[in-house]
Design a protein around this ligand. Structure first.
Ligand code: LLP
Length: 426
């Protein structure tokens, strides 16, 4: 069972930090996300400690989990942030984050988003096309500002992960081909309003093997040397996120310190500020999704455990065939087992959390924990099938913080009109 250090059994009852998880389900209901504060801070600090003594910034990838309480927790630790939209910048600011510690990535930034980010004074943009560099240059110039940029380079390294979260090959929409990068930098150097003082890449997510990450880092270092050789003042190297986490017993990702130690050996000779954008490896294992068994249904030789969470709450199994461990919140010391599909109530065959899974026998009313759900869980949730979104709790030792209340039916229709509203277009 792949429970993490912050979720464990005490007398066969699941505990998060010092809080009994069954009582959380009783008080706050299900589906409910539970995050362990120490799980988040300890992983962020693992990055920082591993980097100690070198110039580095750990920019948490907000997209993994953008809850304000989670962001605030990281603000308090001194984290930087990697954002991909104006909305994420708004969230970082609402959480008390410093715009000067924000890096704006993403393949399609709108003029409004760029203007908002420049106005707030973010640290830099990671640019994914020449057209975007020109757009940022124009907006910065009009605002009388000069902004730092890095070109997101596609180093053509195979991340060997799920095709939907692999981004570093030439055929992907991301970044600028490394073979074209020098020419792009040369042209960017002529533009007003932008200073090209960084390079960046991100080759994919959930990498269980660090070799591709190190290979990409090596290629990026060579590029930095070539650019410096042309007189460009490259000071920042952003290597993106991507370190994987153990979703199942067969996943053996590198530990954060081991990865950083090897990375340092590749990048240290260049005397750069190294930036990383980890998302999943900071929050995934620090979160679980609690769900209650509604009923157990037998259909011929197939058994279904129908639970009250669904693909709208956690879409990873449906979208990426992702594996998530599922454990009972109260376990029997020597109980019976059964094989079943764990499915939600949404009207889609793809609405499942596990297929043909060997589980301890469960009955209606039992509460289950879907593990390693802190990253890309709530952040990718929706109201599909008009299901109010789950509540989120952050556990700090024995304190429970309601990080987001459960949505109500009223929340579902907020902003909608029951009658036709005519607005003239001018
Ligand atoms: N930086 C950039 C530019 C990214 O695109 C991403 C993730 C990250 C950083 C953070 O990567 P991480 O450290 O979390 O691997 N929804 C998918 C994952 C999508 C990742 C998208 N980009 C999932 O649930 O597996």
């Amino acid at each position: 069972m792949s429970l993490s250090s912050e979720f464990f059994y005490r007398d066969n009852a699941l505990v998060c930090e010092r809080v009994d998880v069954a009582s959380l389900a009783r008080v706050y209901g299900t589906p409910c996300y539970v995050y362990a504060k120490r799980g988040i801070t300890s992983r962020y600090q693992a990055y920082k400690h591993a980097f100690a003594g070198s110039w580095s910034e750990v920019c948490y990838a907000v997209k993994a989990n953008s809850n304000l309480t989670v962001l605030r927790t990281l603000v308090d630790e001194g984290a930087w942030f990697d954002i991909v939209s104006g909305g994420e910048l708004f969230r970082v600011l609402a959480a008390g984050g410093d715009p000067a510690k924000v890096v704006f990535s993403g393949v399609g930034k709108t003029p409004d988003e760029i203007r908002f980010a420049i106005e707030k004074g973010i640290h830099r943009f990671n640019c994914e096309s020449e057209a975007e560099i020109k757009l940022i240059s124009g907006i910065a110039r009009a605002a009388g500002r000069e902004v730092s940029i890095a070109v997101r380079v596609n180093p053509d390294v195979d991340a060997s992960t799920h095709p939907y979260i692999s981004t570093g090959l030439r055929e992907h929409k991301f970044g600028i081909d490394i073979a074209l990068a020098e020419a792009v930098y040369a042209r960017a150097a002529m533009l007003p309003g932008v200073v090209s003082d960084g390079v960046s890449c991100h080759i994919g997510s959930q990498l269980l093997d660090v070799e591709p990450l190190l290979e990409a880092a090596g290629k990026m270092c060579s590029l930095v040397q070539r650019l410096r050789g042309r007189g460009l003042p490259i000071e920042f190297l952003d290597l993106g996120g991507g370190l994987g986490v153990p979703y199942g017993a067969n996943d053996h990702p590198a530990a954060i310190p081991a990865y950083i130690e090897r990375l340092r050996r590749v990048v240290e000779p260049l005397d750069l500020t190294i930036m990383l954008e980890p998302g999943r490896s900071i929050v995934a294992e620090a979160g679980i999704l609690l769900t209650t068994v509604l009923l157990v249904k037998e259909n011929g030789n197939k058994r279904f455990v129908i639970v009250d969470a669904a693909m709208n709450d956690l879409i990873r199994p449906a979208l990426y065939q992702a594996y998530h461990e599922i454990v009972p919140v109260l376990r029997e010391p020597v109980g019976e087992h059964m094989v079943a599909d764990v499915v939600g109530p949404v009207c889609e065959t793809g609405d499942f959390f596990a297929r043909d899974r060997d589980l301890p026998s469960v009955a209606p009313g039992d509460v289950l924990a879907i593990c390693t759900a802190g990253a890309y869980g709530f952040a990718q949730s929706s109201n599909y099938n008009s299901r109010p979104r789950a509540c989120e709790l952050l556990i700090d030792a024995s304190d429970v913080h309601l990080a987001r209340r459960r949505e109500t039916y009223k929340d579902l229709i907020r902003g909608e009109n029951v009658t036709l509203v005519h607005e003239s277009l001018r």
